[in-house]
Design a protein around this ligand. Structure first.
Ligand code: KIV
Length: 270
């Protein structure tokens, strides 16, 4: 059942969506112009992901992006967004192992970008940081399964939690994050059956990426789903457009018109 359109999505709205079984739509975005388009299409949640490190800055991993750079992206997005809930990733090295630093990083994001919530990766290892951030009234989204900030520990981006031990830890971590007070959890690249079990068990929304259909919502990286980024084709990705080819074609047409003196024509000059 679809409820009436809300004018501003909050964490409470997401909770209600889980309760009535309405799926949550979420996409990443990192700049003003893209955020304006996505927000006007009525996306529920915008994630200013640290995937900006890959798709905006061209790094191989999410590790290099800094807190200042995340705040720059988040404040650009916030200037465009009217309706969506905006969640910002805490970048690598700004919250792990030191809950005071986690709180300070989160406060900087909230104060300097005006965003609505933060997201961080990990389970029991980061509970102290989550507690401290929540104590300042900042909503926290968790992230379990494939956690790209730990790529140097995992060694690859393959599906996580396929073995019992890792699956059991993920299940326990999801319960801990929910009990701690996270408002939602991203489940990345894990077996669909495990994601379904987590979703049935915890009382906060789960947002899947490569986690099957029996979760409370879905998230994709905007550059991947629009086909801007052509190098990345995991099985879970559905491409809704081939923007790389479309944009390249438009640029080639422009170059042709400039070289042939077709642009500008008489109507396009003063
Ligand atoms: O940074 C990001 O884009 C993410 C999504 C993949 C969930 O964390």
């Amino acid at each position: 059942m679809k409820a009436p359109r809300v004018t501003k999505v909050t964490t409470h709205v997401l909770q209600e969506m889980k309760l009535r079984g309405e799926k949550i739509s979420m996409l990443t975005t990192y700049d003003f112009s893209m955020a304006r388009i996505i927000d006007s299409a009525d996306i529920d949640v915008i994630l200013v992901g640290d995937s900006a490190s890959n798709v905006m800055a061209g790094y191989k991993t999410t590790l290099p992006i800094t807190l200042n750079e995340m705040i720059y992206h988040a404040s650009s997005v916030m200037r465009a967004v009217k309706r969506a809930l905006v969640v910002v990733d805490l970048p690598f090295g700004t919250y792990q192992g030191n809950s005071r630093e986690a709180l300070n990083s989160s406060i900087r994001i909230m104060k300097e970008s005006n965003a609505n919530a933060v997201k961080l990766e990990g389970g029991s290892e980061v509970i102290e940081s989550i507690d401290r951030i929540l104590s300042a009234g900042i909503p926290v989204m968790g992230h379990l399964g494939l956690t790209p900030q730990s790529i140097n520990k995992f060694g690859t981006y393959v599906v996580r939690a396929t073995q019992d031990e890792e699956a059991d830890k993920l299940f326990e971590d999801a319960k801990k994050l929910a009990d701690a007070g996270c408002f939602a959890i991203v489940l990345e690249k894990i077996p669909a059956a495990l994601a379904a079990k987590v979703t049935e068990t915890i009382n906060i929304p789960t947002i899947g990426i490569g986690a099957g259909s029996k979760v409370d919502g879905q998230v994709l990286v905007i550059h991947d789903m629009l086909g801007i980024n052509q190098e990345f084709s995991p099985r879970f990705l559905r491409r809704y457009h081939n923007l790389y080819e479309e944009m390249k074609g438009a640029v080639e047409a422009y170059i042709r018109d400039v070289k042939s003196c077709d642009f500008p024509n008489e109507r396009e000059q003063y």
